[in-house]
Design a protein around this ligand. Structure first.
Ligand code: BES
Ligand code: ZN
Length: 963
């Protein structure tokens, strides 16, 4: 039976990028009985040897030396091929043997002319790059990929003297062009490089690519747009495509009369040429190539102004522009908020937000021209849920944060990507909070960011925040939960110990100091140290969090009034045989700003702080007072107590759980279950703790509990005990289900709780809930306007799960015609909930037909079919069968291959599965998904071991605790 819970944003083992967070899958179950302990161990050891080999190959591929400023000095062989022969396309030797560009020439200004032809799916253009010579040289190297580059000339300025080019070579592997000059140019000289280029408007969702959408008259319409981050600007025009090579960009675009052209900067003039129009745009500020963007489309727009006078415009297809008002309102308000927060005004005259029908990630922060997936920018008050609305606010707030963090100040090289993504993730909460306090963003941080980070960072296949990267595959691989979620979590912890005022001061001075320039992580620490009135050495503290992977568990042990706080590295799966790719320079010890609460007589807590400086600490507390760690939940660590304290906490939860905040309650549940996973705590402790949930009325602790309980359910899915398990969970939920029912009332988090509980009840087959949900589904089939948008996803799921081909076909037809992207996305996910093999197979087949499922959504379909126990094997077979296609389509797109690998394999729970997955990726290149294969393998091993360790105990506990 298919029973997937749909409303938990994150579960252990679930794949992570922010898009998938809001397009959550869930519980996935094992398809086979777990084998005996002896056999499992033998296979794990056998597999360990293979993993070791893979790790060695990966480590080899990553070896490359870095100078002290973090710059790469050597090129790196990205695959297992030991010797690179550097043969150019014409068969000659390619003289430049480094994947990084030479430091001798730096671009100052680009003047680009582009003529895209949407009908013929191609473009041509001219680029003129004014450059500064920094070191004497007789050659130029720049980036180009999949372009035919001709008519190359180099002139010296100011006289425009032609420098003869004696050889022009291209080395496709490093995506470089080499121009040999007849004689040298000297330091201080300025030169002009001119090139003509031609390329294809590809359909790969990166570079300059073609998109399509169908309007309300079923007419297919075309647009061309860009996605350059991290290394795809070179697919649109030859350029110096490294983040530190900033320049000013001027642009002219030729377009059809009925189309519009958009660029980072405002339009200056439109001139008719040969029946077409030529649009010229203002020159940009100094910026990195990955932030350049241009679009040719036939969209409509709505506009407003910020208090500071910036013009904000949202663009969308004509039929959908009515759904753009919320994003416009968010953008205007959040820009005003950040102008104040950073104390630096947004520097461009305009900010455009564009809804792109074919888009690989959630959104992209191109300076002044932010592009969005439709679901991340369009919101319909009648048909979308509050969660959809919140997602729009979060994404807009995130991308606007990048206008300062990333765009104004950019990382020197991609190994500091976390400076961009971690910071924007942290700041998105501030931006969203400023819009709507009732969403309680600060509390949601635990569920959406901190908790997933702790899960991802607790395995040996994790990586430090600062990770050396060299080639595009490795760079793409860095857009992961460590950069985003751990990055944001450690910044939040840092803000807590520095204090808000000092923190804001330091951030503002950092942004000011490095405006229109680049920075490394140490520069940020320097600015924050300077602003610290407590004189904290920020670098010393933060290096332990960014240069080593993982985090500590702080154990609190008590002898009378003496409380000892000790730290050790936390691993979910300490017995993992994965060979670690990274060693810690600090022996896995941290500077921990430990916050604890002492409980007073009346139940109030007094907050205290103590530093664990790479070692332990001792504090004195009244011996009869309860001490709880990570008070306020801002720490990036877990806390373990002695047995009697865990029991006391449980007693308090049972007696009056409100003595603890909802965040602390969620933290106890999350820590206790997690510690039991690693063997540090007997699983009966968290199981006992769950009993208090009957009275729990808040979303946060419930979401923490459901996510932990789901992990258990996935492991025991095919055992008899699962029946008692479901009964137990349904019993826990009963009181709150009765309280909330299907009522259309309550604040946002209350409605999230309602939706979560309904989702569990539907998937566990609770008779009353299933009946109500399917009745509502049938009413919706009669009248598709008749549905509560907050619960529509649950209703669609139930209709498909408990329905037949008729219901499935109806949902499919709705999916194809509905114009509200957030609703479409709910329908798309529901289609994967079927329990009918043939429908699921058909659905997977649709994923290859872009008239039904857009390429951007293939990974979501795979994810949701994999999340359905009846579809899991089908999905994994589908991935294997179509691997070469998927690799080709998504090889250049961050997240996607990683998602596909993790989603289609991570929930397997048997040695047989493990072997199959590893064997497959031994024979097939995973490209940017190489780390994902490691993570998936470790997850499968962890799943196997969890059952060995806890299966019996859970069964006995459930038998004892079910009447
Ligand atoms: N800079 C990224 C977009 C991106 C992702 C570019 C991967 C290249 C590779 C953007 O700022 C981002 O982080 N987008 C998120 C949404 C956000 C709200 C977290 C995304 O796409 O999921
Ligand atoms: Zn981002």
């Amino acid at each position: 039976m298919a029973d997937d819970i749909e409303d938990v944003s994150f579960l252990p083992g679930d794949t992570l990028n922010r898009k998938s967070l809001y397009e959550p899958s869930l519980p996935q179950r094992c398809r086979q009985l777990i084998c005996t302990k002896g056999k499992a161990t033998a296979i794990i050891v056998g597999m360990g040897i293979f993993i070791l080999l893979v790790a060695l190959i990966a480590a080899f591929a990553r070896s490359g030396s870095r100078t002290c400023d973090g710059q790469t000095t050597e090129s790196v062989t990205p695959t297992a091929a030991p010797v690179e022969d550097y043969i150019a396309t014409n068969g000659e030797k390619f003289p430049w043997r480094n994947i990084r560009l030479p430091p001798s020439i730096s671009p100052l200004e680009y003047d680009i002319y582009l003529h895209p032809n949407l009908t013929q799916r191609k473009f041509s253009g001219d680029v003129k790059i004014k450059c500064q010579v920094l070191e004497k040289t007789d050659f130029v190297v720049l980036h180009s990929r999949d372009l035919v580059v001709t008519q190359v000339s180099v002139k010296t300025l100011p006289d425009n003297d032609e420098k003869k080019i004696t050889n022009q070579l291209e080395y496709t592997k490093n995506e470089q062009i080499y121009l040999k000059l007849e004689s040298s140019v000297s330091s201080g000289d300025k030169i002009h490089i001119k090139m003509h280029f031609e390329g294809k408007l590809n359909k790969k969702l990166s570079g300059f690519y073609l998109g399509t959408y169908t309007d309300s008259h079923q007419v297919i319409r075309y647009l061309a747009s860009t996605q350059f981050e991290p290394t795809a600007a070179r697919q649109a025009f030859p350029c110096f495509d490294e983040p530190a090579m900033k320049a000013n960009f001027s642009m002219s675009i030729v377009r059809d009369k009925d189309y519009k052209a958009l660029f980072n900067m405002p339009l200056i003039s439109s001139t008719p040429t040969n029946g077409l129009m030529r649009d010229k745009f203002q020159q940009s500020v100094k910026m990195s190539t990955y932030l350049v963007a241009f679009i040719v489309c036939d969209f409509d727009s709505i506009t407003n102004k910020t208090k500071a006078g910036t013009n904000v415009t949202v663009w969308a297809p004509k039929d959908q522009i009515s759904q753009a008002h919320y994003a416009l309102q968010v953008a205007v308000n959040v820009l005003d908020c950040y102008n104040k927060l950073f104390d630096i005004p947004y520097p461009l005259p305009k900010q455009d937000l564009v809804a792109i029908p074919d888009f690989s990630s959630g959104a992209m922060e191109n300076w002044g021209l932010i592009t969005y997936r439709m679901t991340a920018v369009l919101y319909d008050p009648v048909h979308s849920s509050t969660r959809d609305k919140e997602w729009v606010a979060i994404v807009v707030a995130h991308e606007l944060a990048h206008q300062w963090f990333g765009n104004l100040v950019t990382m020197k090289w991609w190994d500091d990507l976390w400076l961009n993504e971690g910071f924007a993730t942290f700041v998105e909460y501030l931006g969203t909070e400023s819009l709507n306090e009732t969403w309680k963003m600060e509390q949601q941080f635990f569920e959406l960011t901190l908790s997933p980070a702790l899960t991802y960072d607790s395995v040996k296949s994790s990586h430090p925040i600062a990770t050396p990267v060299h080639n595009p595959d490795q760079i793409n691989d860095l857009f992961d939960s460590i950069s985003y979620f751990k990055g944001a979590s450690v910044i939040r912890m840092l803000k807590t110990f520095l204090g808000e005022a000092d923190f804001n001061k330091g951030i503002s001075s950092y942004l000011r100091k490095y405006s229109y320039s680049n920075a490394v992580t140490a520069d940020l620490w320097q600015s924050l140290s300077e602003s610290s009135s407590q004189k904290i050495d920020v670098k010393a503290v933060m290096d332990t969090w960014t240069l080593q992977m993982g985090y500590p568990v702080i154990s609190i042990s008590r002898q009378g009034s003496r409380v000892t706080l000790s730290q050790s590295r936390y691993l979910s799966f300490p017995h993992s045989v994965i060979k670690e790719e990274f060693q810690s320079p600090y022996g896995y010890k941290w500077y921990v700003p430990f916050v604890y609460g002492e409980m007073e007589e009346g139940g109030n807590f007094i907050e205290n702080k103590v530093w664990l400086n790479m070692t332990q600490a001792v504090v004195n507390v009244d011996s009869n007072k309860l001490v709880i760690g990570n008070y306020g939940n801002t720490g990036y660590y877990r806390v373990n107590y002695d047995l009697s304290t865990w029991q006391k906490i449980t007693q308090h939860l049972m007696k009056n759980h409100k003595v603890f905040s909802d965040g602390d309650r969620a933290g106890f549940i999350s820590d206790a279950f997690e510690l039991s996973r690693s063997g540090l705590l007997n699983i009966t402790i968290p199981l006992e703790m769950t009993k208090y949930l009957e009275n729990e009325e808040d979303f946060l602790p419930w979401s923490s509990a459901i996510s932990a309980l789901t992990y258990i359910k996935q492991r025991i899915y095919d055992r008899d005990v699962v029946t008692i398990f479901k009964k137990y969970v349904l019993k826990l939920m009963k009181k709150q289900m009765t309280r909330l029912g299907w009522k259309k009332e309550g604040d946002y988090l209350t409605r999230r709780l309602q939706s979560l509980l309904i989702s569990v009840a539907v998937s566990y087959g609770d008779v009353n809930t299933v009946k109500e949900a399917t009745d509502r589904f049938n009413q919706w089939m009669q009248n598709t306007d008749n549905i509560d948008p907050e619960l529509q996803g649950r209703i669609f799921d139930a209709g498909i799960m408990y329905g037949s081909e008729k219901e499935w076909t109806f949902v499919k037809s709705q999916y194809l015609t509905v114009l509200v992207p957030s609703k479409r996305s709910q329908l798309m996910k529901a289609l994967a909930k079927s329990r009918d093999d043939s429908l699921l197979s058909r659905y997977l087949q649709y994923a290859l037909d872009n008239k039904i499922i857009k390429q951007q959504d293939i990974s979501t379909v795979i994810k949701f079919v994999s999340g359905n126990v009846d579809g899991r094997l089908l999905a994994w077979r589908f991935v294997q069968r179509n691997w070469s296609k998927l690799r080709k389509w998504f090889g250049d797109v961050s997240f996607t291959l990683t998602d596909i690998i993790k989603d289609s394999t991570s929930e397997f729970s048997t040695p047989f599965d493990l072997e199959e997955v590893q064997q497959f990726f031994k024979e097939h290149d995973a490209g940017p998904g190489t780390r994902a294969v490691q993570i998936a393998s470790e997850n499968i091993q962890m799943n196997i071991q969890w059952l060995e360790q806890n299966g019996q105990t859970v069964q006995h506990w459930l038998q004892r605790n079910s009447e």
